[in-house]
Structures are given as structure tokens and as C-alpha cells.
Design a protein around this ligand. Structure first.
Ligand code: ADP
Ligand code: 5GP
Length: 406
């Protein structure tokens, strides 16, 4: 299914800058070049930044129904999204990117629904917006006043967008957007299930290897709450395991193509892989999921709940570990013989942590979450502990509005 990304903002917020940065990060994004009746400014090129047309030509295009939407964004100056642009980009199986005014962004989202993700880009303050417009040095003082006058009413519509992004610093804002864009546009997503207790560089090296070899567009570390086949005593609190995985992924060589998912922490328990797969597939019907497992887990896969359904539908990738018996791996699994060797294990890391030679820092609410999870372990009947953990689930769903992190 062809997808679209919509970026709107009051002029001067830095939307063009962010869109350029994103396009350099994701090769399958293609800019939808609008038509405009204004003259080129600065370094702008016809056909690259806009199709510059005369007011008469613009009216003719409107009459010919060449636009999906068009607006008189500023008095006497029209801009329009060409149907032909969207069609050509989708024919090349790329994702369309729109840099469009606020009213146009809302219209496109209405037209394309779930196929589109819309972003409202905001400067940190009104003063900063003025500074950027002046600093850009491309607009006359009157034009700057016109743009600023419009900014307040545009900002009032921010809530009509899927995401609001504060453009404080370009690379930070681009990271935030990238983490939303990657799962949305990825066709092949590799799910790396595990307790990540804790995550370590071996996990990340395997995930990086999968991306480098083009085995998937994206790798998701799915942090499991509790393996129904394992004793849970040794598990660190799940919120912390998730946060550690999230940070490790963000510090990887592919910070937006490798991500952690809290999906299993919010699904009913015990969590079985087949249930998670069903849930994700329902959320993302067009995504082709595959599964990445270590040799030890691969050998026991035939015993997983509804193993036939998992193995029948999802490609399995195995990274071999010392002492594995490859004859026990599921038939048809791809063994990653050239994967970097796992020279570290979670067990070793846990020993280091216990001996006090290593430590990790909990996140903002990690310490509190830690206590609630411990309280529930000590007293599974505790209504209070359950209540607090529910609240943490809510924080998760609020923080991670992504489909991978419902
Ligand atoms: P828009 O496309 O929203 O009109 P631009 O991308 O042209 O905005 O950005 C407006 C000006 O602000 C440009 O000079 C740009 O270099 C600058 N700018 C963009 N983002 C930032 C940022 N995060 N911090 C400081 N300046 C920025
Ligand atoms: P600028 O003159 O600064 O390039 O753009 C002015 C405004 O027009 C920006 O907010 C830009 O996003 C918007 N714009 C550009 N193309 C289109 C379009 O095709 N349709 C609509 N509605 N707005 C557009």
C-alpha cells in the first residue's frame, strides 16, 4: 500500500530543513513537488522545489482537475498538490513527502486516512519563529509580517495532526520523526523476541548485521514480559528492560531502523509469540514480519504455542550460538552463519551487575516502576501495585503512540 508523509507548519518553523534531513536518511522518501504561482526565491529551482507557473497556468490546472488540493496560501499566491506527482512517486514504490500549509495538510490527511501520517512542526517560541524568518533572509519585512500573522491561527490547528514535533534542534527533532517514520514505511520488519535481561552489544550487533545485510527494512527488539517457559525470578523489572533496550537501540549504528517495542508489555499475559504476531499483523496488515532468534531458542521453537502457524507464515532467521544443535532448528530457517559472534551473554552481564562492577541508570520513572513491579511480585494480590503498573502502561501508550508500541 502506498504511503504518504505530511509536514505542515507556520512558515519559518524549519519544516523544509527537517524534510531535507529526513529525505537524506530514508532513500525511499520522495518529495512531492507542488505547483505555485509565486516566483522562485533564493536558490530555488523549477521542478525541484516547485513547479513555478503563471497565475493563468495555475487557473488552467485547477480547471483541469490536476490538483488533489490547492490553496491560496497567501493573498494572490496559490499552491497546489498535483495528482500526477503522487501517482508517479507511488509507481516507483516510494513514499510521498508533502511540505504543505496547515489547511492543505489537514485536507490531505482527510483524503488519505491511514495511508498518511501527518506532522505539525512547531518552532520552540514565537520569538524564535521571527528570528528564523528574519535569519533566513529570503522574505521582505512585509512578507515576514504576513507569515507571522498567520502563524497563530495555524498553531491553533496543531491538534488536528497525528504528531506535533517541536523543532528545537534539527537533529533531535529529525530523530523523533525518524522513529515514527521507520515502522510506518518499512515493508519488511524483523521481530527480535527476547527478555533482553539486560540488552547487550551482542544483541545490537546482530540487529545491525540484519540491517546491513538487507534482511529487513527494520529490526524491532520485542521485550517480553515473562517467557511462559522460563522461571521469572531472574528477570529485571520489565519497564527497565524495555528502557534499556530502547536506549541501546537508539545508540546503535541504525538508531531509527533498530527500535525497542513495548507491545508485549501491554498485551494479555502470559505472552505467546503467536498472540503478539496476530496483534501486530492486525495493526499493520501490509507489513511482512520475520522472526529473529538465537540458536538456543530456535531449537525449542517446535514446542511454541501454535508453532505450525508461526513457522508456516513467518520466515525465521537464526543466529547460531556455541553448543547449538542445528539439526533441531526449524526446517527452512535461515541460519546467519556470517553474523558477528555473540561474545557476551546476558547471564555474564547480570553477574557483572550483581558483583557491582557494572551498573545501569534507570529512566525518569524507572526507579518507581521498579518498586511497583517488585511490590507486585511480593504480593500478587496487591490492588495498589496493580493500579500503579496499570498507570505505567498508560504512560507507555501515551509516550509510544507508535503502532509497534500501542
Ligand atoms: P519552513 O520550511 O518551515 O518555512 P525553513 O526550513 O526554511 O522553514 O527554516 C527557516 C529558517 O530557520 C532557516 O533559515 C533554517 O535554516 C532555520 N532553522 C530551521 N530549523 C532550525 C532549528 N532547529 N534551529 C535553528 N534554526 C533553524
Ligand atoms: P513558501 O512560499 O514558503 O515556499 O510556502 C508557503 C506555504 O505553502 C508553506 O506553508 C508550504 O508548505 C505551502 N505549500 C507548498 N506547497 C503546497 C501545496 O501543494 N498545497 C498547499 N495547500 N500548500 C502548499
Amino acid at each position: 500500500m502506498s504511503k504518504l508523509l505530511i509536514f505542515s507548519a507556520p512558515s519559518g518553523s524549519g519544516k523544509t530543513t527537517l524534510v531535507r534531513e529526513l529525505m537524506s536518511r530514508f532513500p525511499r522518501l520522495e518529495f512531492s513537488v507542488s505547483a505555485t504561482s509565486r516566483a522562485p526565491r533564493g536558490q530555488e529551482q523549477n521542478g525541484r522545489d516547485y513547479h513555478f507557473v503563471t497565475p493563468d497556468e495555475f487557473r488552467r490546472l485547477v480547471a483541469e482537475d490536476a490538483f488533489v488540493e490547492w490553496e491560496e496560501v497567501y493573498e494572490g499566491t496559490c499552491y497546489g498538490t498535483l495528482r500526477s506527482e503522487i501517482e508517479a512517486i507511488h509507481r516507483r514504490e516510494n513514499t510521498c513527502v508533502f511540505d504543505i500549509d496547515v489547511a492543505g495538510g489537514v485536507r490531505l490527511k482527510e483524503i488519505f486516512g491511514d495511508r498518511a501520517r501527518s506532522f505539525f512542526v512547531q518552532a520552540p517560541s514565537a520569538e524564535e519563529l521571527r528570528r528564523r524568518l528574519t535569519g533566513r533572509g529570503t522574505d521582505s519585512p512585509e512578507s515576514i509580517e504576513k507569515r507571522l500573522a498567520k502563524a497563530a491561527s495555524e498553531t491553533a490547528r496543531a491538534e488536528e495532526f497525528d504528531h506535533i514535533v517541536i523543532n528545537d534542534e534539527v537533529s533531535r527533532a529529525a530523530d523523533e520523526i525518524s522513529r515514527i517514520v521507520a515502522p510506518f514505511i518499512s515493508r519488511r520488519v524483523m521481530l527480535y523476541f527476547g527478555s533482553f535481561n539486560p540488552v547487550h552489544r551482542g544483541h545490537i550487533a546482530i540487529a545491525e548485521h540484519a540491517i546491513d545485510r538487507g534482511l529487513a527494512d527494520m529490526v524491532v527488539l520485542v521485550v517480553s514480559p515473562q517467557n511462559p517457559y522460563k522461571e521469572s525470578d531472574e528477570l529485571a523489572p520489565e519497564v527497565e528492560r524495555f528502557e534499556m533496550a530502547e536506549r541501546a537501540a537508539a545508540a546503535s549504528r541504525h538508531p531509527w531502523l533498530i527500535q525497542a517495542s513495548a507491545v508485549e508489555l501491554t498485551l494479555p499475559r502470559p505472552s505467546y509469540t503467536i498472540d503478539t504476531l496476530r496483534f501486530l499483523q492486525e495493526q499493520l496488515p501490509d507489513t511482512e514480519f520475520s522472526i529473529l532468534v538465537g540458536g538456543d531458542n530456535a531449537a525449542s521453537m517446535s514446542g511454541w504455542r501454535e508453532a505450525d502457524k508461526i513457522l508456516g507464515r513467518y520466515p525465521i532467521f537464526v543466529y547460531p550460538r556455541e553448543g547449538d544443535d542445528p539439526s533441531k532448528f526449524p526446517a527452512g530457517a535461515t541460519v546467519l552463519d556470517d553474523a558477528p559472534p555473540l561474545d557476551v551473554s546476558s547471564t555474564e552481564v547480570r553477574k557483572l551487575l550483581e558483583s557491582g562492577r557494572e551498573h545501569y541508570r534507570a529512566g525518569d520513572f524507572g526507579a518507581a516502576a521498579n518498586d511497583f513491579a517488585r511490590a507486585r511480585e511480593l504480593s500478587p494480590q496487591s490492588v495498589e501495585a496493580a493500579g500503579y503498573l496499570e498507570m505505567i502502561d498508560e504512560i507507555f501508550s501515551f509516550r509510544n503512540t507508535d503502532l509497534m508500541n500501542p
